[in-house]
Design a protein around this ligand. Structure first.
Ligand SMILES: Nc1nc2c(ncn2[C@@H]2O[C@H](COP(=O)(O)OP(=O)(O)OP(=O)(O)O)[C@@H](O)[C@H]2O)c(=O)[nH]1
Ligand SMILES: [Zn+2]
Length: 352
């Protein structure tokens, strides 16, 4: 049995528990949201849940609806096989963002997160403006940020020191952990931060190594996500778990909304920072050259003759992919998201 509690929250719960019990309700935590269907987690399992009618009629803004990480009061039905969410408890912390096209309306991304790890790769992904935007978002919801500079194996120690100095010069005072999944350097420092009954999330662009880092935790350090199979079976949608509880009670939240945040700044244009490749591509034989296989491609030629670093080229392709992802339809994004869910699941299976 896992210990599903939140030390910072227990005081509030204690003050309200009599009232909750009086109504024959129990406390649970929202572990996934997919439109109007929910998964909630109690100490024993994960159960599909729906909202009580009052949420549908007495809610002014979507932020008043439960999101992943929320603590709620529920009533069980069908011998505990399903649940109705009756109360939403106050949020200690949250991550939210402005709804596109609206100045006042917000979209909840997750609630009750203790620490948000803001992950940037030391290499092509490093961007102080974007880092700042993530920090502002964390501060907005009272979430403590820790900056992770990932993939340190790709740069020299001198370059790393420069990056660290640049962050400090930008006035960012948050703790910074530099690490590499590849060499393992810094991973232990990251692991040391994680404490039982605390909730964490990883924010950052696609490809910076978030999945690999979680996998690292599960694989190497004998962590394991709790194998609960009942992920919404019996309801019309199958919702993947967005709150992951490791064996030692450490919780990670990974919602589709967080993945979309990873695209922050993707609209800055992929050309920025890759002017050399853009310049080279003017000499390509075809004007719509994809620089991947065409004959007469000046970019590929530059790699072949050593004037363009292959690593730089890979970074360019990655950023281009990210920007294409940005253009994808919602449905396509969801598909990619499910692929991530399967990845975590497989990682766990292999572990077991
Ligand atoms: N050189 C190097 N490569 C890494 C490191 N960590 C991860 N990678 C590679 O970077 C690529 C992306 O890693 P992921 O863990 O999938 O990145 P992510 O942040 O989860 O990306 P999304 O799932 O798209 O959000 C993979 O090819 C990894 O093998 C690292 O420490 N050093
Ligand atoms: Zn080309």
């Amino acid at each position: 049995m896992i210990q599903l509690s939140d030390p910072c929250f227990d005081e509030w719960i204690e003050a309200h528990i009599d009232n909750i019990r009086l109504k024959e309700q129990d406390i649970a935590r929202v572990s996934a949201v997919d439109r109007n269907s929910f998964l909630i987690r109690n100490e024993l399992s994960e159960i599909p849940a729906e909202l009580a009618g009052k949420f549908l009629f007495h809610v002014d803004s979507p932020v008043e609806l439960p999101c992943v990480g929320d603590w709620v009061a529920v009533k069980y039905h069908n011998d505990g096989a399903s649940a109705i969410i009756h109360e939403l408890f106050p949020r200690r912390t949250f991550l939210r963002r402005k709804r596109p096209g609206s100045e006042i309306d917000f979209q909840m991304i997750a609630a009750n997160i203790d620490i948000a790890f803001i992950v940037q790769s030391c290499h092509f992904d490093f961007n102080l403006a974007r880092l700042n935007r993530y920090l502002v978002m964390a501060a907005d919801g009272d979430v403590e940020p820790i900056v992770i500079l990932a993939k340190t194996d790709l740069i020299s120690n001198n370059e790393l020191q420069e990056k660290l100095a640049a962050i400090r010069e930008a006035g960012i005072t948050s703790r910074i952990i530099a690490l590499s999944n590849l060499s393992g350097s810094g991973v232990e420092e990251f692991r040391q931060v994680l404490a039982p009954s605390r909730t964490y999330c990883l924010l950052g662009s696609s490809g910076v190594g978030k999945t690999t880092l979680i996998n690292h935790l599960i694989g190497r350090n004998d962590f394991n996500t709790k194998g609960v199979s009942g992920t919404g079976e019996g309801t019309h949608t199958t919702t993947r778990r967005q709150l992951i509880v490791l064996d030692n009670g450490v919780m990670f939240i990974d919602t589709p909304g967080m993945r979309e945040l990873g695209l922050l700044g993707a609209d800055e244009g992929i050309h920025k920072g890759f002017e050399d490749i853009i310049e080279l591509s003017k000499a390509c034989r075809f004007s719509d050259c994809s620089h991947t296989q065409e004959s007469g491609c000046a970019v590929l030629a530059a790699i072949a003759n050593g004037t363009l670093h292959e690593e730089r080229y890979v970074g360019y392709l990655k950023l281009r992919k990210e920007s294409e992802f940005h253009e994808m339809s919602y449905v396509e994004k969801r598909k990619k998201d499910r692929a991530f869910g399967r990845f975590i699941k497989n990682a766990n299976k292999t572990k077991r």
